[in-house]
Design a protein around this ligand. Structure first.
Ligand SMILES: [Zn+2]
Ligand SMILES: [Zn+2]
Length: 183
């Protein structure tokens, strides 16, 4: 791969992800770290928004995933309730729980898809097809709590023990908007 192609690749990645790592790039592009450092130096000269940081580079103005922090409330993202959102332009956002994720979706038309975590199995579940349990009697992350499940059957069983109301995506979005709190 030519130097110019490498820089193009790195620039694309910066646009998408907001940040790149030298170690990762050197593996992906199969060149030495020195070479990547030189590529980054060149990009910094050419692109005003690109800045070198320890171990890599960032692009200012693009979304920078603060690994493990919710894009809405800034809380650490628990593995049990984590949600990953994807925008039209390919950027990724993390949310601490379905409560914050649904508020983000309501507020941001750019978000096209999202993957949540099934509260029972901790498996990935598509937000579009998930079943939501609104305000059960459990303390998880943000209030009022919203949990998501891959299976409606299991959500119903969970509801029998912990209360709350079952909903699909549209209704769940309405619920969080109506009960918006910044706790
Ligand atoms: Zn949050
Ligand atoms: Zn939360």
């Amino acid at each position: 791969m030519l130097a110019i192609e490498r820089r193009e690749y790195i620039l694309n990645k910066l646009r998408k992800e907001g940040r790149v790592q030298v170690s990762e790039l050197s593996k992906e592009l199969r060149v030495s770290r020195m070479t990547i450092h030189r590529d980054l130096d060149r990009l910094v000269e050419e692109e005003e928004r690109v800045k070198k940081v320890f171990g890599g580079a960032i692009m200012e103005g693009s979304y920078q995933p603060e690994s493990g922090k919710c894009a809405l409330c800034g809380k650490p993202v628990p593995t049990r309730t984590a949600v990953t959102l994807q925008t039209l332009s390919g950027q990724r956002m993390e949310a601490c729980c379905p409560h914050c994720a649904l508020l983000l979706i309501e507020a941001n038309e750019e978000i096209v898809s999202g993957m949540g975590t099934d509260y029972i199995h901790e498996r990935v579940v598509n937000l579009k097809s998930a079943t939501y349990l609104l305000h059960p009697e459990v303390v998880v992350c943000c209030a009022p709590p919203v949990l998501c499940f891959g299976s409606e059957e299991e959500a119903r069983k969970f509801q029998m023990g912990f209360g709350g109301k079952l909903a699909k995506l549209t209704e769940a979005k309405q619920f969080v908007t109506e009960h918006m709190t910044f706790s």
